[in-house]
Design a protein around this ligand. Sequence first.
Ligand code: CIZ
Ligand code: SF4
Length: 359
Amino acid sequence: APSDPDLVERARAAKAALGDRVFVLGHHYQRDEVIQFADVTGDSFKLARDAAARPDAPYIVFCGVHFMAESADILTSDEQTVILPDLAAGCSMADMAAIAQVEDAWEQLQAAGVADRTVPVTYMNSSAAIKAFTGRHGGTVCTSSNARTALDWAFEQVGGVAGDGKVLFLPDQHLGRNTAVRELGLSLDDCVVWDPHRPNGGLTPEQLGAARMILWRGHCSVHGRFTVDAVETARREIPGVKVIVHPECRHEVVELADEVGSTEKIIKTIAAAPDGTAWVVGTELNLVKRLAQQFPGQRIAFLEKNVCYCSTMNRIDLPHLVWALESLVEGRVVNPIVVDSQVAADARIALDRMLALPG
Ligand code: CIZ
Ligand code: SF4
């Protein structure tokens, strides 16, 4: 639906009144009505770095979800305030790894005698508390662009990919499995899933002992729903179609795709393709629709009819953005995201390890 013209005008006026004092970040999965006011767009990692690169802007309005605003708060200076226009914009994947559950799992790994050969790696899509846990236990953060490099690094800490060390991968089992199997040459049998709701993760000592990748039982409620059936239907119905999906999709879906990559890679791949290319895209719907508008010479369709927008990304709408901006004009900061300083310091260790990775 087109944006309410009155709200568009109010957002424009508030941004103009604030000038360089506000910097608006827009995640690729945000609504068009919000993206039109973003000073930069990107994935979570690029946006956190973009925020840190603007130390002169006292207010960062983060149009994305909670874990992203936390990362921006950790990477920006104390003088900068990060604002999330709707506090209900969480992430179901990040919520699948609660810090108490992860601490508990680690204790069980210690009791089983495997913790000292295990390095935690957490996907960017996790709470600051999980990043802090990772930092405290010698691990790193990764994104969907550098997961392979991060896993290589983590295995190096415990004897290399060819050795017998382990990675505890949080919280997305699919990104962990896809990266290990497709990019590190590990096998599906090397991967086990740790279920936080069962004793010992639901694993026998033998399974745990033999595992190389201990995958937390988390997934994305959008990407995890794309199916093999949708890929097969697209191939049947659209001759020559190219299937491109995000690595948060299930392994069997990723195995059938022509291209797999982060949002940034999906955008670059489609931008570089010749006119007339037919695509079905397995990532969030706001981005897929925007790509279809941006590249009208290509035929771009959403992979699966039954999958919908990321409901929490969509919590950020124009009314919430206007509210956050107009409040700043009136001298009020609404919904600041402030990470506890000890948590931030530990999380920063894990983020800095990622920033120091080669490439
Ligand atoms: O699925 C997501 O939320 C992604 C891809 C986030 C990001 O930008 O890293
Ligand atoms: Fe979380 Fe998935 Fe939404 Fe991304 S798309 S914010 S991983 S639920």
